[in-house]
Ligand binder design. Structure first.
Ligand code: SAM
Length: 468
């Protein structure tokens, strides 16, 4: 096997897709990753990084396009990097996503003998994002509100369209950009930590159409804030709240920084099935509401509730899964670390007439220990779950959390995962501790990106598996 060298030009045939979404080719058996290439492409590429076991190359020319290539919807495709699979036929994307879930579980988790349900898909896989965080920067001497190009945290691309965003969100972006230019706001420069306007967060509920706008700046009063409020309200009657947040630090974050409400309210209402949910500007909520419904329904099917079960919803956010399941259970217990999300969850229970839900604030690892040791004042029955649903962040579950769930002895564990590469080792540890993976259902929450969600069902190994 000859290792390619930096600067080599190679003709390659792309044969697969990596987890991050790049094409995979082989040069004399050496693995080469190619951003922007899809399986079936024949490309000419220049090697720009060589590591011990793989290289990365930049595509210079597509010699023969793959039959699975489609023309991208967006004029920014190729420079923006937001939806890297836009040029791959949607049906083919789905097959790769299914395969990635199975490969992770088999190769990274060493698991076998589980059922794989057909991937759940979107009928119209566009304009599905209900939240976006834009960066504000300088492009060719003008302030722009847009996205970073791939690998360039210090640059922002001028933005004219994004087909993953609803139309009102696109309009609000343009309005705020125009206003910032008009009042002469300085864009933030992340290299020197100078400037004023830093980020723009927009949330748009798919069920109610309500829109929230949060402009994040460095410290200092907004110039002409009433002008911003009046313009947004006049042009976009869907807007229900306008916030101004201040980030005094160097970290490029738009969430969790102090804000004041310039007009309206700092939350919107979203509908999901027959639930009406309050979502605060900073709380986590699934980014694709239409598919969140499909995801929760899949989780509900796997939970197979009897109507008399105790359910734990760990990493409960604004309580959406707990409340979705509450009507099919005796009682539900949610645990979540973000205080504002817990407050939303409690209000959401009231708003939806659910009296059987309890929400605890804190780190799941710590709260579970306290619950198991009887150190939390809870109705006794809540300490003994029949079903545990977990929906952790991308990093997956801490080992102690898995040990504590197993110690609680549920009949079923329903694992909602946004990252199959952490689901796999977590499912393997459950397996070691006596819970086997019986079924996994991929759910396409993020069309045109390499991300894939999955719902996994784990059951005690001694129990008859689902569907047998
Ligand atoms: C993927 S979200 C799931 C939220 C919710 N289940 C939903 O469907 O909208 C993960 C949630 O876990 C919370 N979280 C992250 N780390 C946590 C921890 N150690 N303990 C408790 N909650 C945590 C986050 O704030 C976020 O709300």
């Amino acid at each position: 096997m000859t290792k390619p060298r930096h600067g080599d030009t190679l003709d390659l045939t792309v044969t697969g897709l990596a987890f991050g979404g790049q094409g995979i080719a082989r040069a004399d058996d050496f693995v080469v990753f190619l951003a922007g290439a899809v399986p079936g492409d024949e490309v000419r590429a220049t090697v720009n990084k060589v590591k011990k076991r793989y290289a990365e190359a930049r595509v210079e020319q597509i010699i023969r396009p793959s039959v699975d290539r489609v023309s991208a919807h967006c004029s920014h495709y190729g420079t923006c990097g937001g939806c890297r699979w836009q040029s791959l036929d949607y049906e083919v994307q789905l097959r790769y996503k299914e395969q990635q879930v199975v490969d992770s579980l088999e190769r990274l988790g060493g698991l076998e003998g589980f059922e794989v349900s057909e991937i759940k898909t979107m009928d119209h896989p566009w304009r599905y994002r209900n939240k976006v965080e834009f960066s504000i920067g300088n492009a060719e001497g003008r302030l722009v509100v847009g996205f970073h190009p791939p690998g360039r945290w210090d640059a922002v691309l001028p933005q004219t369209e994004c087909h993953l965003l609803p139309l009102t969100t696109e309009g609000v972006r343009a309005t705020v950009e125009e206003w910032l230019r008009r009042v002469g706001a300085e864009p933030w420069d992340p290299r020197n930590h100078e400037g004023y306007a830093r980020h723009l967060t927009i949330r748009e509920a798919q069920g109610t159409g309500e829109v929230l706008v949060n402009l994040v700046t460095a410290p200092g009063a907004l110039p002409e804030p009433t002008g911003l409020v009046d313009t947004l309200r006049a042009r976009h009657p869907e807007v229900v709240g306008i916030m101004h947040a201040t980030n005094a630090g160097e970290a490029e974050v738009a969430t969790g920084v102090p804000f004041q409400t310039l007009w309206g309210r700092p939350h919107l209402y979203e509908t999901l099935g027959d639930l009406r949910l309050k979502v605060s500007i900073d709380a986590f909520f699934q980014t694709n509401t239409r598919m969140a419904y499909v995801l929760y329904e899949t989780a509900a099917q796997e939970a197979a509730l009897s109507g008399d079960d105790i359910v734990w919803d760990l990493y409960s956010g604004i309580g959406s899964i707990a409340l979705y399941l509450a009507r099919r259970a005796r009682a539900v217990l949610g645990i979540e670390v973000v205080p504002a999300a817990v407050r939303d969850a409690v209000e959401n229970a009231v708003e939806n007439g659910v009296t059987s839900a309890t929400f605890l604030e804190g780190n799941v690892r710590v709260v579970l220990k306290e619950v198991l040791e009887g150190r939390r004042s809870l109705p006794l029955e809540l300490a003994h779950p029949d079903v545990v649903v977990v929906d952790p962040p991308r990093g997956g579950l801490a080992h102690k959390v898995i040990h504590r769930i197993v110690a609680a002895g549920p009949r079923r564990v329903v694992y909602v995962s946004c990252n199959p590469t952490t689901l796999a080792p977590d499912a393997a540890l459950f397996h070691e501790l006596g819970y086997r993976l019986t079924r996994v259902t991929p759910v396409d929450m993020f069309p045109h990106t390499p991300h894939i969600e999955a719902v996994a069902l784990l059951e005690p190994a001694t129990q008859q598996p689902a569907g047998e």
